[in-house]
Design a protein around this ligand. Structure first.
Ligand code: NAP
Length: 253
């Protein structure tokens, strides 16, 4: 039955950036489909609120705060998972940032480093910590939340676009490395989604112009990203690896 292939019953999923926006929507969507969740971001209190929503759906939710850009915090997260006997079947590298709008050549090196450390090194650290366990067990799904900016340059967020382009290539390289062990690695590349992260883009002067180039003439809601994450996480997506699924309402056509 195809419906059963979308089930995540018996699976444990770790979602970074799970406290709000796209990460929260993915975590709740996975819980609705039977997964138990490990929720991570920097702020425990925000994660606890999402954990309560997941528990209300009858699934377990464990909060493990960590800054994805710090190797020692990811090591500590992995230790916590081991101590609690939590083996991760699905990893969603969703936490991301873009602290400033700037042309690349005007960017302070510190801002460049923050973007790369969070958007690229973070997923690397989490894959490094969790993929060997998946490989040992012979199965797993890693989903990297990239951006359509990782495919087509966007003005004012060039460094962010570079980080997401690299994340897409990390996805492909890891897919080749981990495929023989039964671990799939895919990316989702959203366009504009209504979250705190994208607030500045909604208020920017180019928003109306930008929407004229979008065939659906609207931006997305976070829940519209969660369905594709479910496909990639579950057996319904069992033959997909190294893929980049663009969800931008056709903006990049
Ligand atoms: N919204 C869009 O239009 C859009 C489009 C394309 C791609 N994306 C991507 O989608 C992902 C989610 O973004 P969103 O729009 O849902 O943003 P959001 O609502 O601002 O959520 C970002 C999440 O990431 C966490 N986070 C930020 N920096 C972190 C760090 N260093 N370590 C750990 N957690 C961190 C935040 O929680 P804490 O503050 O508690 O850490 C929060 O949970 C990002 O990778 C973003 O690049 C978004």
């Amino acid at each position: 039955m195809i419906r059963e292939r979308f089930s995540l019953t018996g699976k444990t999923a770790l979602v970074t950036g799970a406290s709000r926006g796209i990460g929260r929507a993915i975590a709740l969507g996975f819980a609705e489909h039977g997964a138990d969740l490990v929720l991570s971001s920097r702020k425990a209190a925000d994660l606890e609120a999402v954990a309560e929503e997941i528990r209300a759906l009858g699934r377990s939710a464990t909060v493990v705060p960590a800054n994805v850009s710090r190797a020692e915090e990811i090591d500590a997260l992995a230790t916590t998972l081991d101590e609690r006997g939590l083996a991760i079947d699905v990893l969603v590298n969703n936490a991301g940032t873009n602290p400033v709008m700037s042309a690349i050549v005007d960017l302070e090196p510190r801002a460049w480093a923050k973007i790369m450390d969070t958007n690229l090194t973070g997923p690397f650290l989490l894959c490094r910590a969790l993929a060997p366990g998946m490989a040992k067990r012979g199965s797993g799904s890693i989903i990297n939340v990239a951006s359509n900016g990782g495919i087509q340059p966007a003005p004012g967020i060039g460094a962010y676009c570079v980080s997401k382009a690299a994340l897409i290539h990390l996805t492909r390289c890891l897919a080749t490395e981990l495929g023989p062990s039964g671990v799939r690695v895919n990316a989702i590349a959203p366009g504009l989604v209504e979250t705190k992260f994208a607030e500045a883009l909604f208020q920017g002067p180019g928003y109306q112009e930008f929407m004229k180039r979008n065939p659906l003439r609207r931006h997305a809601q976070p829940e519209e990203i969660a369905g594709t994450a479910l496909l990639l996480a579950s057996d319904a997506g069992s033959y997909a690896t190294g893929e980049v699924i663009v969800l931008d309402g056709g903006s990049s056509l």
